[in-house]
Design a protein. Sequence first.
Length: 665
Amino acid sequence: MLIKRIKARNYKTYLNLDLNIAVQPDRPIILIGGANGGGKTTFFEAIYGALYGLHINTSTEFKQLLNAGAIGKEEERITLELHFSGLVINQEQQYVLTRTYALNPEGKPVESVKLNMNGSIFQYGTATPYAQRMEQEAQVNKIIKANLPKELSRYFLFDAMEAGNLLKEDQLNRVIRENIENVMGFNKYMSLSRASENLLQQYTAQRLQIENEKKEYLTLLEQKKAKEAEGQRLQEQLEQALEYSVSNKHLYESLKTGMNQEETLKSKIEQAKAQVESILRKESLYHSEVDEFVKNIESHVALPKLAASLKQEIALIFKKNTESEQPSKKASPELVEKIVSKVADYLQQQELWAHSLSVSDLVRYVMASEKVSPENNEYGFLEQSELKSLEQLVNNPYKNPFPALFQQQLELNLSIPQIEMFQTQAEQMKAQIAGSDYTLLKHYEDNEGRIKQLELQQKQLSDELKQIEKRLHQYDIQTGHEPDPKYDTLQKLRPFFEDTANQLLKAKKQQIEAKMKNDLNLNLAAYRDVVDRVELSENLKDLTFKIYHKAGNEIYLNQLNTASKQVVVQVLLKALHEYGDYDPPVMIDTVMGVLDETSRTTLLENYFPQLSHQTILLSSDSEIRPEKDLAKIEAYVSKVFTLQRDREEQCTQISEGYFGKTIED
C-alpha cells in the first residue's frame, strides 16, 4: 500500500489541505514538521479518518471537528479524501477514497462514502437503502482490509510517545506477543483451532447414545462456554485495569505529593457558583420589583403627575380654608351674659343705661357679632377627609422606581450572558479536578487490588475449566460403531491448525530473531553491539520474547527504561513489517518520543531509512532538528513540508521545506 495524496477540507485545523505525499522508490521518507499545536496530530488523524471513517454521533461532535474558519463563510461540510495504491492478486490498483460529513436539516450528522477503484465506483451514505448500503459498505471495507485492516493500523500508524507510555510497566512482553500474533496472521489459525474444537465437542454430543450422558455432556459444554465467556470478560477487565494502572501511575504519584491544585480549583469553582447564584438572585429581585411596579403603576406614575398638576390649586384650597377657619376667640354665652350684666350694672349706677335696653338683647347682639359668614369660603363644601386626602396627595414623598429598574435591567443584560461562561468554567475546573481529583488515589489503589483479585479469579477459573475439560474428555464414541469420517476429521483439525500456526511461527521466527538482533545491536544504545541473540518461543499458546547479552545473561525487558522499550517495540515493528502478511506505509507522530541523544542519532541513521517503502514522520524542530539532524536522513527523503498555524484565520497552512530547510533532489 502506498499513500499518494491526502485532501482534507474544513477538518479541524485544516481549512483546505491538499498534499502530494507520494515517495520515490529510493527515497521512502516524507518529513513533515510543525510546532506544538501546528496540526501534526490532526494531519495524522485526517489520514486515519479517511481510511476508517470519523465517529460523529451528534451535531456538537460535528461542530467540534469543523474548522472554525469555515463557519459562516462556506457550506459547513467536512471532506476527507485519500489517494492510494495497493496490490490485489499481484496487480497494482489505484484507489480514491472520499468521506463526506454534514448536518441534515434536522441537525443530525450524515455521512457519504465513495471509493473509486480504477474507475469502478462503490458508494453509500446515511440515506442509502439498508440492503444497498450493506452491500456497498462491505465492498469498501473489504478493499480497505486487503490493504491495512483497522485492527492492525495501530501497529503501523502510531504515536511514538503514546507507545512509550504504554510500555512503562510489565506489559512489554504482552504488547510484543499481540504484535506478532496479529501482524503475522497467526491469530486466524488459533481461531480455526478453537472453532474446530467447538465443532468436535458439538458433534461428540450428537453421537452420544445415552440421553443422560448427552444431557450431562451438553451441560458441561454450556458450563465450559460460560466459563470461557467469563474468562474473556475477566481478561478484558484485567486489561482495562492494567491500562488504567499504567496511564494513571504518574498522576497517582503526583497527587500523593500535594493537594494545593485541587483546593485552588475547588475555591474557583465555588466562586463561579457564587457569581452565578448572585446573578440569579438579582434577576429574581428584578422580576419581583417589576411585578410590584406594574401592580402599583398608578401610585408610581399617575398620582405623582396628578399631584404636580393640581399642586397650585390644592395650595389655594388650603389657603382659603386656613383663612376661613382661623381659630376664633369667642366667649361662651354664659360668660358674655355675665360680662354684659356687670356692664349694665355699671351703666345704671352711672345713670347711663337706657331703660329700653335689656341684658338679653345685648347678649344676643354680642354673640351674633362674633359669627363669621360662610359665604366668604368657596371651598367650604369640602369634607375634612377630602381635605386630608388632598393634603396627602400633595405632600406624599413620591419616588419613581423606574430609573432604578432600568439600571438593573442594563446590569442584568450584561451579567446574565456570563452565567453560561461561569458554568462552563466551573465544569472545566470540575473536569480538571476529575483528572486530578484526589479520589483518584483511592481509585488507583482500589484498581491495584482489583488487578490482584482478577488475576486470582482467572487462576480459579482456569482450574475449573481444566476440571470441565477433563470430564468432557471422558466421553468417547463407543466401540463397535461404523467408522465416522467426519468425526475422525474433526478430531484431527484442532491439532492440525495449532501445529500449522506453530510451524509458521517456527518458519518465520528465525528471520524475525535475526532481524531484531541486528537492528537492536544498531539501535538499542544501552546494549549496542552486545546483543547475542533474540529468542521467540515456538508455541503460540505460550509465546515469549527474550533478549540475551553476549555474556550469556538475559536482558530483562521490564528492566529497560522507557526510551529503550520504545526502541525495542519499533525494532519489532520493522521486523513484522518486513516478514508480515501486509505491506502498509508507516506513519509516526512525535517521532522521537522519549529518546536520548544517542538513540535519536541511531534511529535517524539506521532505522527510519530502512523502515518501510513509505515512512511518514511528523516531527517538531526539537525532535528532528533542522540544523543537526536533517542532513542525516536527507538522502532518503522524498519531500519535506512545514505546518504553520494561522491564528487569525484559525487554520493550518503548509509550506515546502522543513522549517526553512530544503533538500537536494
